[in-house]
Design a binder for this molecule. Structure first.
Ligand SMILES: C[S@@+](CC[C@H](N)C(=O)[O-])C[C@H]1O[C@@H](n2cnc3c(N)ncnc32)[C@H](O)[C@@H]1O
Length: 246
């Protein structure tokens, strides 16, 4: 994937991504590459049909919105909840599985000291590699490894699991985590969530902190027209937080 060098945004927040040295063509008209190259960030660049576009250099969040994704996408609301509950930050060492296309692992790598993400599918591992390169992350490692078979890392602050049978990773998570470290499981179904939570409750090495889901309702506001947006996000996943005791 070619690097995104600039973004053009309309007053309505519509973004158009410029890759390398190219004109910007959209339903709002065209902006010439020479004008983009000569302009500073924050410059207003009208299209040839008169629509206003504003130029800026991409933020992580802009690039993240363009990574390659698989069918099951972990939404931002759930990533935010995982980060808030665990306090993942610049000193954190994180192990993640399964990587999928790396959406969660890459976002966590943007915040953490280092992330190691496991997956068992070569096709997904290849996509994660592309996404890491596209986001220019240098603190994330991808392993082709079954998390049910063990975790190589030690003294880990947080482990995130998004695998079909997360309870199978419990003994390995107990060995890998620091005392007090966080174990997060993210599952789309409540039966998986209950099986994992019951396994945590039965395991003397972990405390169960909470199981929850995040429901986001976006609102549309324009003058006196104020109402929830019609197409809201439906169900995504349940999050369980546990902490290692011993
Ligand atoms: C729903 S996807 C994960 C999505 C990912 N968390 C994201 O943010 O995009 C589940 C992934 O788990 C992987 N997986 C399944 N069993 C696994 C195991 N035992 N060890 C490691 N990865 C596994 C699958 O190959 C798949 O890529």
């Amino acid at each position: 994937m070619e690097r995104i060098t600039k973004v053009l945004m309309t007053k309505e927040g519509r973004r158009f991504f410029i890759r390398g040295d190219e004109d910007c063509h959209s339903q709002f008209g065209a902006v010439r590459k020479e004008d983009i190259a000569a302009a500073k960030d924050g410059t207003r660049l009208p299209t040839n049909t008169g629509k206003e576009m504003f130029l800026y250099s991409p933020f992580f969040r802009d690039l993240y919105s363009r990574i390659k994704r698989g069918a099951q996408i972990i939404p931002l609301k759930d990533i935010a909840a995982i980060v808030a509950e665990t306090g993942i930050g610049k000193g954190s060492r994180v192990v993640d599985a399964g990587a999928g296309t790396g959406a969660l692992a890459c976002f966590l790598a943007h915040l953490a000291k280092e992330v190691v993400t496991y997956d068992i599918r070569d096709d997904f591992i290849a996509i994660v590699g592309e996404n890491i390169a596209f986001l220019q992350l240098d603190n994330i490692t991808v392993k082709n490894k079954d998390i049910y078979g063990g975790i190589d890392e030690e003294d880990v602050d947080t482990i995130t699991l998004d695998v079909p049978e997360p309870w199978k990773a419990l003994p390995h998570a107990a060995a890998a985590l620091k005392a007090g470290g966080f174990l997060v499981s993210y599952s789309p179904s409540i039966t998986q969530t209950a099986d994992f939570t019951n396994a945590v409750l039965d395991n003397p090495r972990f405390a169960h902190i909470k199981t929850f889901e995040i429901i986001e309702r976006e609102w549309e506001i324009s003058g006196r027209k104020v109402r929830p947006v019609t197409a809201a996000i439906g169900h995504s996943g349940f999050i369980t937080i546990a902490r290692k005791l011993q």
